[in-house]
Design a protein around this ligand. Structure first.
Ligand code: RTP
Length: 155
């Protein structure tokens, strides 16, 4: 059966400044790649504070909002779009619970992080946020269409 007939699901994933500074870019990418998801966009950027506030607009009433936006804009972030069946929900599984003290071992945060304010990675939490976040971080032409041979065996 052909795996690539319809548009596959996409999610926005970002390695936050702590993950970049700690040298975990390849580690994070590797976990998504080995699972069988496909990388369709990637760039490294230092977001402005204003941009960070846009990204986290849903959290603007939270007490940690300002510190969170300062942190996201404090250094390079690796912004990515990953594609694949169930990638939004399963990407969150690979990432683990928000608070690394509660993330299961085997997840990115469970294995690699300790505190909630430095939890390495962001992933869209649903189809609407995925769409909005991809549109915020990427221009349509930055998303690459390509066929991977592996899709004959993994979806
Ligand atoms: P993300 O959006 O980064 O994937 O994280 P999430 O959905 O798992 O968690 P969310 O509730 O949306 O929070 C976004 C980020 O804010 C930081 N945070 N700090 N109590 C705190 O200090 C606190 N709570 C959340 C975390 O870095 C979290 O990823």
């Amino acid at each position: 059966q052909e795996a690539h007939a319809a548009e596959l699901e996409r999610t926005f994933i970002a390695i936050k400044p702590d993950g970049v500074q700690r040298g975990l870019i390849a580690e994070v990418i590797s976990r998504f790649e080995r699972k069988g998801f496909k990388l369709v966009a990637i760039k490294i950027v230092v977001p402005s504070k204003d941009f960070a506030q846009k990204h986290y607009h849903d959290l603007k009433e939270r007490p940690f909002f300002n510190g969170l936006c300062d942190f996201l804009s404090s250094g390079p972030v690796v912004a990515m779009v990953w594609e694949g069946e169930g990638v939004i929900r399963y990407g969150r599984k690979l990432i683990g619970a928000t608070d690394p003290q509660k993330s299961e071992p085997g997840t990115i945060r469970g294995d690699l992080a300790v505190i909630v304010g430095r939890n390495i990675i962001h992933g869209s939490d649903g189809p609407e946020t995925a769409k909005d976040e991809i549109a915020l971080w990427f221009k349509p032409e930055e998303l690459v269409k390509y066929t991977s041979n592996a899709e004959k065996w993994i979806y």
